[in-house]
Design a protein. Structure first.
Length: 282
């Protein structure tokens, strides 16, 4: 049975708008796992068919680091697409800056705890995390890259951990990895004020370029017509990371805004999925 055709993008410029994605039937995960007491401290696990071991992707949602804008469920459509490709997805949630305990260091501590919980649950679900790929959209692109950089956190940071979960590659979807750049006017579609709430002025352990080199391959997939994330952000991040020794590639996708990056039928997601599967060795 084939899926019915999706309607054409409804934006005035021929690009997708949020209802084009959010108003379609939403696929559901196989398990929801709690890693803390807060209602946002949850992970959805998407399991492919078969006994495994399953190649695994750690997924991080965006929403300008604000819970009221988005939670992990905004990623369900691409999580389902990866599940159909034979890949398990560990789709994390976290307290945004607009929640008690969010901001600095709570939002980062949540992302770290959710990631580290994957190691504890991997044997139960036969998840192969030996070649773990992290992917995130928008603000989640920043957090996915930050998770890969955790071994580089400076001495004295409350976010340092003795043995953070190793991440072996990152695919960022319209991310904002350089928080110092995003904090400068005019900023991004998230505004500049949210960066202060997220970091408390602490860029040394929150902005990814401060952690360079990460030591893992990174691919940035961005839309040429993205109105939320300035297109200059991608190469603006990639150039100094390359200079520090990291392997960073940028893929700009034409006729693509911000929503297309997490809609499974789009050219943008096809590019991202290709990079994810390649990083998994599939």
């Amino acid at each position: 049975m084939t899926n019915p055709p999706l309607p054409a993008p409804s934006g005035p410029d021929g690009l997708m708008v949020w209802p084009d994605l959010l108003e379609r039937p939403r696929p559901q995960p196989d398990e929801t796992i709690r890693y803390g007491a807060d209602q946002m401290q949850l992970v959805d696990l998407w399991l492919p068919e078969g006994a495994g071991p399953h190649p695994t992707v750690l997924m991080v949602h965006g929403g300008c680091w604000q819970t009221e804008i988005a939670d992990r469920r905004i990623m369900n459509w691409i999580a389902d697409d990866l599940r159909k490709r034979g890949v398990a997805v560990w789709n994390i949630d976290y307290r945004g800056v607009d929640r008690d305990g969010g901001g600095y260091p709570g939002t980062f501590a949540d992302a770290a705890a959710a990631a580290d919980a994957l190691r504890a649950h991997a044997p139960r679900f036969n998840l192969d995390i030996s070649r773990l790929v992290a992917t995130g959209h928008s603000a989640g692109g920043h957090l996915a890259l930050w998770l890969a950089g955790r071994p580089r956190l400076p001495e004295g940071s409350p976010l340092r951990a003795a043995d953070p979960l190793p991440i072996h590659a990152v695919v960022s979807l319209g991310g904002l990895p350089d928080l110092e750049e995003a904090a400068r006017p005019p900023g991004s579609g998230c505004g500049t004020e949210v960066i202060g709430r997220l970091t408390g002025g602490n860029f040394a352990d929150t902005s990814v370029p401060r952690l360079a080199p990460l030591g893992v391959p990174q691919v940035l997939v961005n839309g040429l017509q993205d109105r939320i994330i300035p297109t200059a952000y991608a190469e603006g991040y990639a150039a100094p990371m390359r200079a520090a020794g990291d392997a960073v590639r940028v893929r700009m996708v034409d006729r693509t805004g911000h929503v297309e990056l997490i809609a499974p039928e789009t050219a943008a997601w096809a590019a991202a999925a290709e990079e994810i599967m390649k990083a998994l060795g599939r």
